[in-house]
Design a protein around this ligand. Structure first.
Ligand code: FAD
Length: 452
């Protein structure tokens, strides 16, 4: 067990306060029950940190003990249908190891730094291909964890209800140290783009959502522009490797960043920010010409790594999800909201907003597509003055229009947002948490405020 720091790190560049008193880097699983049991040596709350990339205070140290899982970094078993890994393994490492065996996860995020432990217990929605699988945690078939009482526990998919709750537990019901994820043979993906005004998008919407493939949208409210990115699984036999762009040339790396829709575009040197703001439309045009014929690639090729230090990721965003059926109407309201906000406060997001279509996924209690197919809406920014206020107003907007937030990717969340969006599910989780952790050993002020 390595003591990493006794100084309170305070707020980082993302503006998030963590403030633990101790940060312990667990090297062996057996150390974690000791930390949980010794309340005098290791102050409450005991919170777990994976890669520390969440957009909220869900890790939240609160003068307690933060357990860093980054040293639990072994992939334990690569099988035909599953992979077993320790909680600290980064998803990028895992996905690359799978790709060497011509395997992949059914959902591959764009960001490689997510820890396997966090993936299993948080809300990470991804543009999905089919029903039942729209959040990374739905890939989990088995979890090994240490309960608030310090007991070792193994939960498999057969414990369906328990698994659903644990997949949304944010370290409040136990410390996950080992995870088994479902894997599949690698499938090439064709990526196509269509550009539309909001009016055109609305008219074409039924066809857009009914056609096969995962959907990611790149939305520019001030230019009345929506780029529809469709990721369609190709027949393996029809895709020669020579037809697949290699990582250096891939769309995600070179094309999308050019118009600021992915993380890399705003992480680099100063000056890039301005380019993102002013060059969006020009880059977009070039992008569309280049990508017009469609590009075929493997999912692991669109994954990218952020800087090792989470605080250097200057790119920031927030995420709510809205029912698929009314999404064009919702976008219309969002465009009007953005314009009205700009008129009054002279602030607008300087990075293209993202959105993903999510099929229904009831695999976790706080799944944002629990009740049916949804689209996320992700206002994005480099976080300058005005962003925090924008988010407060955006939350009111999203709350009013029936949006569903997340605990790790929705900023400035309030208890009323949680109560309205999750209703009985939030009550159920609260009751369960109180029963399993009556002394609140694992609970921080962030979750006490939002969930009780
Ligand atoms: C720039 C940027 C880009 C992003 N891109 C994507 C993306 O493409 N796709 C996507 O899905 N998400 C994306 N995210 C969001 C991010 O993936 C999620 O917030 C994710 O939860 C972060 O993983 P982490 O390992 O950093 O978790 P952390 O922030 O370290 O922890 C998240 C929560 O999980 C708990 N936790 C962590 N490990 C454990 C454990 N072993 N046992 C119990 N509880 C645990 C923590 O206590 C905390 O409550 C992005 C974030 C940023 C900042």
């Amino acid at each position: 067990m390595v003591l990493k720091s006794t100084r309170s790190p305070g707020a980082d560049a993302s503006g998030l306060f963590r403030r633990p008193r101790l940060v312990m880097r667990a090297k062996r699983i057996e150390e974690i029950p000791t930390i949980i049991a010794q309340t005098k040596t290791y102050p409450t709350p005991v919170r777990i940190v994976g890669a520390d990339y969440s957009q909220t205070r869900c890790v939240g140290g609160d003068g307690g003990t933060t357990v860093d899982t980054s040293a639990l970094d072994r992939i334990l078993e690569l099988g035909e249908t599953t992979v077993r890994a320790q909680a600290g393994v980064r998803i990028g490492t895992l996905v690359r190891a799978l790709a060497e065996r011509n395997q992949e996860l059914a959902l591959t995020p764009e960001m490689g730094h997510i820890s396997v432990g966090a993936l299993a217990v948080t809300t990470c929605p991804q543009a999905s291909q089919t029903g039942g699988m729209a959040q990374l945690s739905s890939l989990v078939t088995e979890l090994k964890l240490i309960t608030p009482q310090g007991k070792m526990m193994t939960v498999t998919e057969r414990d369906r209800d328990l698994m659903r709750v644990l997949r949304s537990s944010f370290g409040l019901l136990g410390v996950v140290h080992e995870v088994v994820l479902r894997v599949q043979p690698m499938v090439p993906v064709r990526i196509d783009y269509q550009v539309a005004s909001l009016r055109e998008f609305t008219a074409r919407f039924p066809g857009i959502v009914d056609a096969p493939g995962a959907l990611r949208l790149h939305i520019s409210p001030f230019n009345d522009r929506i780029i529809v990115e469709r990721r369609t699984q190709e027949d393996v036999d029809n895709s020669s490797r020579s037809g697949i762009w290699q990582i250096r040339n891939s769309v995600m790396r070179n094309v999308l960043p050019a118009f600021g829709s992915t993380v890399g575009s705003v992480l680099a040197a100063p000056g890039v920010r301005a380019a993102v703001v002013s060059g969006v439309q020009r880059a977009l045009r070039a992008t569309l010409d280049r990508a017009a014929r469609g590009v075929v690639m493997y999912a692991h090729e669109w994954m990218r790594d952020l800087p090792q230090e989470a605080w250097k990721a200057r790119y920031t965003y927030s995420l709510w999800a809205f029912p698929q059926n009314d999404f064009p109407k919702l976008l219309q309201a969002y465009f009007a909201f953005c314009k009205a906000h700009y008129k009054e406060h002279r602030y607008r997001c300087n990075v293209v907003n993202g959105a993903s279509r999510l099929h229904q996924d009831r695999g976790s209690l706080f799944s944002v597509s629990h009740s049916g197919p949804m689209f996320t809406l992700e206002p994005s920014s480099t976080g300058e003055k005005g962003w925090d206020d924008f988010l407060i107003d955006f939350n009111d907007f999203a709350h009013r229009l029936g949006g569903t937030p997340t605990f790790n990717q929705t900023r400035a969340l309030q208890p009323e947002h949680v109560a309205k969006a999750f209703g009985e599910r939030a009550k159920l989780f609260r009751a369960l948490r109180q029963r399993t952790d009556p002394l609140n050993r694992l609970r921080n002020s962030y979750f006490a405020y939002l969930l009780g």
